[in-house]
Design a binder for this molecule. Structure first.
Ligand SMILES: O=P(O)(O)OC[C@H]1O[C@@H](O)[C@H](O)[C@@H](O)[C@@H]1O
Length: 298
């Protein structure tokens, strides 16, 4: 697909917006305002950087990430849509986690106000190769003291449609082995690490001694805490019934070509989602919006 033409000058915010190109024909929008710095790639409407002014980055992106059409960026916030993991009908020719993260989106509008900078992206419906024109999506980012994402799915067909979604957020940490996620105590989850999935119940915070890959049934607010830092990160969400907690661990992480070996412990994923039994069934003409925001506390 040709790269959509991107002319930031039409938005009239030259002090806030600039364009970068990590590889030719692969535009990334840098947003720099009094509250924070952020970068969003047009490919996947994929946020690759967010740091409140004066703070260390909140979001991790790998130094070995590949910036190429059809390949998801390792790190940032991949948009997994309209399915999560393998295709629900087992279609092996279709990419894991859907096609939204491997397609160029359109930048529809940019607005700046007292709370920050707001960018609206839309996913071209023709990208829905398999499902025709059944679902369309928009994603709105607000870059302020907090980072907010609103992923809206619209059923543009005449029939009920089922879909899954995850904002697959990679949080930057000093060492995952000394990091905990709290807010899931007592919640049920599916552990997907073994040969066979097992159903368990969380007790206390989630730690990352090695590989962790869990799908929680949870709509709770989560907190990421590192032993080495006073800063805590809070994840608030709306219309999200699933949280996926993931780090590949040493064995799987070192097999990833787009992740450096010393980066495996430099992130943890806490994903705001609706997957598996919590997938969304959308009536004809209806819309659904998953919202989440990230804030830091010193
Ligand atoms: O390598 P990908 O396709 O970006 O997926 C990364 C991980 O994404 C997580 O959401 C899944 O729970 C993991 O099972 C998966 O390995």
């Amino acid at each position: 697909m040709p790269v959509p033409h991107l002319d930031l000058s039409s938005f009239g915010l030259p002090d806030i917006l600039s364009l970068e190109e990590p590889s030719p024909g692969y535009p990334v929008i840098r947003i720099s305002n009094p509250f924070a710095d952020a970068c969003i790639a047009l490919h996947g409407a994929h946020l690759t950087h967010f740091a409140p002014q004066g703070e260390e980055p909140v979001i991790f992106t790998s130094q070995d990430a590949v910036y190429r059409e059809g390949k998801a960026i390792r790190g940032g916030i991949p948009v997994c849509w309209p399915w999560f993991g393998a295709h629900p009908d087992g279609k092996k020719n279709l990419p894991a986690h859907g096609y939204a993260r491997t397609t160029f989106w359109h930048l529809v509008s940019v607005k700046n106000d007292a709370s920050g900078t707001h960018l609206l992206f839309s996913l071209p419906p023709q990208a829905d190769k398999e499902q025709g024109t059944k679902l369309s999506a928009t994603l709105e980012f607000s870059i302020g003291q907090t980072l907010t994402l609103k992923l809206t799915s619209n059923n543009i067909s005449q029939n009920t449609q089922r879909f899954s979604e995850a904002l697959h957020t990679y949080f930057a940490v000093d060492d995952s082995r000394h990091t905990e996620v709290s807010g899931l105590d007592g919640d049920h989850y599916i552990d997907t690490t073994g040969d066979k999935e097992t159903r368990k119940t969380q007790s206390g915070p989630v730690g990352f001694p090695g590989e962790i890959d869990r799908i929680y049934h949870s709509s709770s607010t989560l907190t990421v805490r590192e032993q080495t830092k006073p800063r805590a990160i809070t994840i608030n969400k709306d219309n999200s019934q699933s949280s996926i907690i993931w780090n590949p661990g040493e064995e799987k992480g070192s097999a990833m070509g787009d992740l450096a070996n010393d980066e495996i412990t430099r992130f943890i994923c806490a994903e705001s989602a609706n997957v598996r039994e919590q997938s969304i069934e959308l009536a004809a003409g209806a819309s659904h919006t998953l919202t989440f925001n990230i804030s830091t506390q010193a």
